[in-house]
Design a protein around this ligand. Sequence first.
Ligand SMILES: C[S@@+](CC[C@H](N)C(=O)[O-])C[C@H]1O[C@@H](n2cnc3c(N)ncnc32)[C@H](O)[C@@H]1O
Length: 273
Amino acid sequence: MCASERECRAIADRIMAGVDDRSRTMLDVIERRYDEAELNTIAAAMDRVVRGEPVQHVVGWTEFRGLRLACGPEALIPRPETEEVVGWFLEGMDEAMKGREGRGARVVDIGTGSGCMALAIKAARPSWEVWAVDQSERALALAKRNAADLGLELHWAAGDALDSSWFHWPGVFDGIVSNPPYIPHSEAESMATHVKEHEPGMALFVPDEQPLCFYEALISGARERLAKGGCMVAECHTDFTQKVADCWQLDGADTEVLCDLQGAERAVRLIRH
Ligand SMILES: C[S@@+](CC[C@H](N)C(=O)[O-])C[C@H]1O[C@@H](n2cnc3c(N)ncnc32)[C@H](O)[C@@H]1O
């Protein structure tokens, strides 16, 4: 069900845009005549949304930092707050790499899902070497399709962020970015149906007793593999952001908590000097 008129309007806009790229607003519904086939497509899409499917799955794509990305049940739907996280990462990289700007950088996105963060970074900094890692082969297949559609070249790896194998990859990274799973299983009950029934559980949930497991793996990885003059940023559950900042202790590094546009503590950024 729609939470507000604004949300309903946004959903309707997406469906209209799925039928006809020119139809971006509800106003078009009044101004433009749809033929019967188009009206049937719109009605079928509306029906799926009313029955609980995310509108992004129904239309098959979403936008992330200006990139059009395919989305489906294989991976998390990219979220607007994650667009901000990518912005904080790019800013942090600029600060960490002051004086070395022209040199290029090697960065890795841990838990890439649809590839949204890695692809947005590559689009913003084409000279960088961007790696994208996920344990889910289905998510990686979707991310690779998105990269091919956008003509962006990334390096891919299937792997478990919680084992230490990626700490031993050759070379160091100038940047590490991640939006790992961070919702404790016990919160599933209170979550919206369109999220818990249509998005992959492995993209969402962590054990109640280990809510920081991915952040602990990230800081261990950073100790081994984050270059001096490097930056690491991870999106966090707003209840745990401060705890992540406390656990991200590294000699010669500064750590800060970042708040999103809603004022929620949303990410932690570490810069290694
Ligand atoms: C919250 S989703 C984020 C996806 C994408 N980065 C985004 O922001 O939309 C977390 C991702 O981590 C992946 N993942 C879960 N457990 C993992 C693990 N142990 N190792 C590597 N990736 C994992 C999931 O498959 C999922 O794609």
